[in-house]
Design a protein around this ligand. Structure first.
Ligand SMILES: Cc1cc2nc3c(=O)[nH]c(=O)nc-3n(C[C@H](O)[C@H](O)[C@H](O)COP(=O)(O)OP(=O)(O)OC[C@H]3O[C@@H](n4cnc5c(N)ncnc54)[C@H](O)[C@@H]3O)c2cc1C
Length: 330
């Protein structure tokens, strides 16, 4: 192992192959608000030139590479690998993207480090006395919580889309620091892992735009899909739609589904029940399309369209395609 400079924050890089995913760049922007970040890359192969350029340009001049086969370890083992990097660097704060697996890894890591743990954070800052302060949305986005970490170390899982990614140094390339960490022991081992086929769309929890269909679709998600396609967004659903089998359960947003915080949420044929709101109310801009002007979703919508979704959605998608074509954007 080679040693690095003294980072204030270690950012665990979410990547697919050698491609750095946007949430990792958002983490780097959030990390820079509280100190100097370095990145951690867990993969058999070290990051390539393009990934190092991307990470460098977003403020990480050092990338710690821990060789481990992607998807071959469970969250407890990921935590053990991260702990080795924390021990080697003496870094006090570790940032991860708030996914199911990362939240579990965060809990293991925080436990072993004796660190303060915050998951589903939506922002980070320093208090006047230098303490790390996290911002979270609670109770369906109706409350904002600020928590100061009182432990010496902190592990924070930050929600995707909470902070915009930002380029800081055009052309800077990060350097790699290798860590030869022995494979961590496991109480449980991964026997099999089957990846869902890639749809070409962004994942629901990371997407900047989410188009959601509810009971009002009456089982026909083609218009929802069409608008999502035109906006380059992900497709989500209410529990009614997933329970009916109109779309897979992984698309369910709400109290018993996933929580999303996209820049733009479009709900079509969605009433806005409290259980659904719990998973989307912290979205940036909320657009509702419903044929009932009294639908509760209009109470939280920034823009509301009273109309039939089978008319409104295709019109919106067609207009977007027309504007794109006009602008020469194919
Ligand atoms: C413990 C518990 C947990 C739950 N967890 C979740 C959860 O995680 N996520 C979730 O979503 N729900 C959850 N629910 C269910 C939730 O309470 C609501 O029943 C559900 O969200 C309603 O889904 P919906 O908006 O699709 O359907 P509805 O409430 O039936 O609303 C359909 C809407 O579509 C409109 N509409 C109908 N036709 C059209 C049309 N042609 N064009 C435009 N608009 C139209 C109607 O006016 C109506 O407002 C949970 C419930 C419980 C009890």
């Amino acid at each position: 192992m080679t040693s690095s400079g003294s980072a204030d924050v270690l950012v665990v890089v979410d990547h697919q192959g050698s491609t750095v995913r946007n949430p990792a760049l958002e983490l780097l922007a959030a990390a820079r608000a509280i100190g100097r970040p370095e990145a951690v890359w867990l993969d058999e192969a070290a990051p390539d030139e393009a990934a190092l350029g991307m990470l460098g340009a977003h403020g990480a001049d050092v990338v710690h590479h821990v060789p481990v086969a992607p998807g071959s370890v469970l969250p407890a083992q990921v935590a053990a690998l991260l702990r080795a990097v924390v021990d080697a660097t003496g870094t006090r704060t570790v940032l991860l993207t708030s996914t199911f697996e990362n939240k579990e890894a965060s809990a293991h890591l925080a436990f072993h480090l004796g660190a303060g743990l915050v998951v589903d954070a939506a922002g980070l800052e320093r208090s006047d006395d230098g303490a790390l302060v996290t911002v979270q949305q609670a109770f369906a986005g109706t409350w904002t919580l600020r928590s100061a970490v009182t432990a010496e170390r902190a592990v924070v899982a930050l929600k995707a889309n909470a902070v915009p990614a930002e380029v800081v140094a055009e052309g800077a390339v990060a350097t790699v620091v290798g860590h030869d960490v022995p494979a961590p022991a496991a109480d449980a081992e991964l026997v099999e892992r089957t990846e869902r086929p890639v749809s070409g769309r962004p994942s629901l929890t990371e997407a900047q735009v989410v188009v959601v269909g509810g009971r009002g679709t009456n089982g026909d998600f083609s218009h929802v899909e069409e608008l999502a396609e035109a906006l380059g967004g992900a497709v989500g659903a209410t529990r009614v739609a997933t329970d009916e089998g109109w779309i897979g359960h992984e698309a369910q947003i709400g109290q018993t589904g996933v929580t999303v915080s996209p820049r733009l949420y479009v709900g079509a044929g969605v009433s806005g029940a409290v259980h659904h709101r719990g998973g989307m109310q912290s979205s940036g801009t909320i657009v509702a399309i419903n044929n009932d002007p009294e639908a509760p979703i209009f109470e939280i919508a920034d823009y509301g369209i009273v109309g039939d979704l089978t008319t409104v959605l295709p019109q919106a998608a067609a207009e977007l395609r027309r504007l794109r074509a006009e602008a020469g954007d194919t």
